[in-house]
Design a protein around this ligand. Structure first.
Ligand SMILES: *[C@@H]1O[C@H](CO)[C@@H](O)[C@H](O)[C@H]1NC(C)=O
Ligand SMILES: *[C@@H]1O[C@H](CO)[C@@H](O)[C@H](O)[C@H]1NC(C)=O
Ligand SMILES: *[C@@H]1O[C@H](CO)[C@@H](O)[C@H](O)[C@H]1NC(C)=O
Length: 568
């Protein structure tokens, strides 16, 4: 809906322009950034007439009620386990109250701003204003921040305020204090030594082919984790793979991948494209994206028979942060969103800032409540995240640090050990939730004083689980090669969840939905990874140990144990 200025409001604006400004309400600081992320320099005030597309996130009518409902349907011991909410049930929690909507609307109208109400739950107000107006509206000082390594700029403010009367109605305003490093695809090691194709391996129930120590293929994953190769049967069971930053999944590469590494299924098995924000998926060698190819090959090639959807988020969303917001709205609008969503892109938590990270994190509750398992790779920078190795404090990767998603760390080798780039640690914004309290506190007890002061010990610990993340064979531009990154781990784990959901749905049961309470209640369903660590910031990072650890979480999948834990 579009709100128009009333005549009375216009009159106020005109009077103001004649030199008798309306008295301004008292302002309260909403967020302030202490320092710039590494790689940025401040180039000074932004031109007054530069237009900014702004969004205001309105407070949910009952955010705590939604959180309680999410845990109620996701905790196995709960009577309501698996009774996921409908779109309308979520809407009752997630929409702003009438008071919130009118209070914030009245403010913008009084400021002479025409805006739209957007989002699946009418939870965003969007509008465009020049920098001069944004500065005045938010007591802000918009400046241009140049990211020198990529020579790209963002117009942001180091602090902003809101009228005191609005503080309880607004979660976040974007773009304000988030200053985000331009993202590059996740894989850290690409095709430096394209291997000859792994021999045609024969998989048996009790033997992992020796070649899996150096080259991971779908057959290795089937052997290591006990993943069935038999096709899934439920056409209503969807696996969503998100794509960003013009990463395009190539069908010809997928066909070659399947013909080489999944000889037992049709090499023409493919995926369905969905797009938002002007997204697309052009085909042709020059369009091939390593990340997108990896994500598609290790879903279509592992979640045998599960309908896979490549959801390409386009670039009509400024710096890509908006795309993370828009995909949630896009999926919430569907009557039957995919039961699993995997994403191998993310940010340093501190780049986003607390209010925007919290807003996006809370939006994942709406998906989880509806029965969607939302998975993200944990990141590839060890404990330093996207910072340089000279970092002074550890940096968590968002959305991995969000407590309402499942973060997937990485492993390497057979037998598995933590891979050293697997990001993990503790959030500086989000508290530890009950579902992981025992597991994380046991870890902190064994850790003792190691790394003290470099992380927030009360924060949400991540990742939650792990899967193979290095020496993973893909096809790119027609050639085979190996990649490394937790970018591989998330689609692999997501595929396992989708295959479990297939059997649950076939048995007339609910899909797993938000996974974490179930994961932490079922340690026996995972291969505990007890060696390796994730160095960074001139430290050894965190060690992987028996039980949960901030490198590999609760461990890697054991399909038959997970099936039993799911009640099958
Ligand atoms: C796989 O099994 C087939 C049939 O038993 C056999 O001919 C082939 O040599 C085996 N391949 C490997 C790599 O062990
Ligand atoms: C799964 O766990 C069971 C019980 O510990 C074990 O016997 C089995 O070998 C495991 N399966 C795989 C594929 O690791
Ligand atoms: C985290 O816990 C502290 C102490 O209980 C509380 O003051 C704070 O508001 C909590 N933060 C969040 C984001 O819930």
């Amino acid at each position: 809906m579009r709100f128009c200025l009333s005549a009375a409001v216009l009159a106020t604006v005109v009077l103001g322009a004649l030199g008798s400004p309306a008295p301004r309400a008292a302002m309260r600081l909403h967020e302030k950034r202490k320092e710039l992320p590494s790689g940025f320099v401040n180039k000074g005030a932004a031109a007054a007439d530069t237009m900014i597309d702004m969004r205001i996130a309105l407070k949910m009518a009952d955010r705590d009620g939604l959180e309680a409902a999410l845990f109620d349907v996701s905790t196995p011991s709960s009577a309501n386990y698996g009774k996921h909410l409908t779109k309308d049930e979520v809407k009752a929690f997630a929409s702003p109250s009438a008071e919130t909507l009118s209070t914030v609307s009245d403010w913008l109208s009084a400021e002479g701003i025409a805006f739209d109400v957007g989002g699946s739950y009418d939870n965003w107000l969007t509008f465009s204003v020049p920098v001069s107006k944004a500065n005045e509206l938010l007591d802000a000082s918009y400046e241009t921040f140049l990211h020198t390594p990529t020579d790209s700029s963002q117009v942001r403010t180091l602090a902003y305020s809101l009228p005191e009367a609005l503080a309880g109605h607004i979660n976040a305003v974007y773009p304000t204090t988030s200053i985000v490093k331009p993202r590059t695809p996740g894989p850290v090691r690409v095709f430096d030594a394209p291997p000859s194709l792994a021999a045609d391996v024969n998989v048996t129930a009790d033997a992992v082919p020796a070649s899996c120590s150096s080259t991971i293929t779908p057959a290795c994953l089937q052997a290591l984790y006990g993943i069935p190769a038999t096709p899934a049967t439920q056409s209503s069971n969807h696996l969503g793979v998100s794509g960003y930053i013009s990463q395009y999944a190539q069908k010809s590469d997928l066909t070659r991948f399947l013909s080489l590494l999944r000889k037992d299924i049709s090499s023409s098995t493919s995926f369905t494209l969905e797009t938002l924000d002007g997204g697309s998926n052009p085909q042709g060698t020059s369009y091939a994206g390593i990340e997108a190819n990896l994500d598609i090959q290790y879903t279509v090639g592992v979640a045998t028979g599960v309908p896979v959807y490549f959801i390409s988020v386009g670039t009509n969303n400024q710096d890509g942060v908006s795309g993370f917001i828009d995909i949630v709205d896009y999926l919430e609008a569907e009557d039957a969103p995919p039961q699993v969503l995997t994403t191998s892109y993310g940010f340093d938590e501190a780049d986003l800032g607390s209010s925007l990270a919290t807003e996006i994190c809370d939006s994942y509750m709406t998906l989880g409540a509806r029965g969607v398992s939302v998975l993200f790779s944990s990141g590839d920078g060890g404990v330093s995240g996207g910072q340089s190795q000279s970092c002074r404090t550890f940096q968590g990767a968002f959305p991995g640090t969000c407590p309402y998603i499942t973060a997937v760390g990485g492993t390497v080798n057979v037998p598995e050990t933590a891979v050293d780039f697997s990001s993990g640690g503790f959030s500086q914004y989000f508290n530890r939730t009950d579902y992981q309290a025992d597991a994380v506190e046991a870890y902190l007890d064994t850790l003792g004083s190691t790394n003290q002061g470099l992380y927030v010990a009360t924060g949400r610990g991540f990742p939650d689980v792990a899967a193979m993340g290095d020496n993973v064979e893909i096809v790119y531009q027609g050639q085979t090669g190996l990649i490394g990154g937790t970018s591989a781990s998330s689609p692999i784990f997501a595929s396992v969840v989708s295959l479990l959901n297939d059997q649950l749905i076939a048995a007339g049961k609910s899909p797993l939905g938000f996974l974490n309470p179930w994961v932490y209640e079922n340690p026996q369903a995972f291969n505990d990874i007890t060696s390796g660590s994730n160095p960074g910031c001139n430290t050894d990072g965190f060690p992987a140990v028996a039980g949960w650890d901030p490198v590999t979480g609760m461990g890697t999948p054991n399909f038959s144990q997970m099936l039993a834990a799911a009640g099958l």
